[in-house]
Design a protein around this ligand. Sequence first.
Ligand code: LIP
Length: 261
Amino acid sequence: MSDPGTGLAQRHLAVVGLAREAGALALRYFHDRAALGTTMKGAQDFLTVADGAVETLLRRRIAEAFPGDAVLGEEGGGAAAERLWIVDPIDGTANFARGEPHWCISIGYMQAGVPEIGAIFMPVTGEFYLARRGHGATRDGAAIRVAATAEMRMATVEIGWSTRRPLGDYVGLVRRTMEAGANAKRAASGALGIAYVADGRTDAYTESHINSWDVAAGLVIAGEAGAWTNDFFSGDGLAGGNPVLVCAPGIVAAMRGICGL
Ligand code: LIP
């Protein structure tokens, strides 16, 4: 794979080991939930001991392998940099804390402000999503593509929710999506929600506010799988989050109307 001095091929290879090692640690916590020490960062915003431990491991491994690179993580924070890893140690923490297997490790890499690499690993199922900008997207090594769905009455749309925005925003999105004829669902992991669009398992993922660590990897994976994605990193997206819409091409017009994006 060509890499004229950018270091991207090296990081594309390394992200697999990073995600797998992080996933193994998270899985040990998942199978020992008594030791999780679950607390709340806010209403419906869960935090476990595992989130911190997995992020600490990722930060250590990235510093060992790429000493000059910076990290922005959900638990430890961070800031923009020329070479930036954007990590969510456990995405879907609400599920993780309750023993539900729908959670993942999400690792994105951005270089000179451009999202270049994305890895999303589901330790419980073993499914591994991976992409590098310009090099395609895969699940477990096999190429993935978005669905060809072109009608809302055949579409499945996942809509994320959090207490970061008024409930009316969420209810309005669900109502407009279902009034357009689509099926609306929610599974409480934005990263997996976006990966599932890339994999053709759903036709769109949207959330009125989400953070960069939830979407950095998924946006690369979905883009490489043929999805339309909004300009999430515009404005204050990296530090403060933004709305997100990731969509199969056939229903973009309808979804953009529904989301106002
Ligand atoms: C979650 C996101 C989800 C959002 C939740 C939360 P976490 O991330 O994946 O899309 O709705 O509020 O932010 O906290 O599980 O890493």
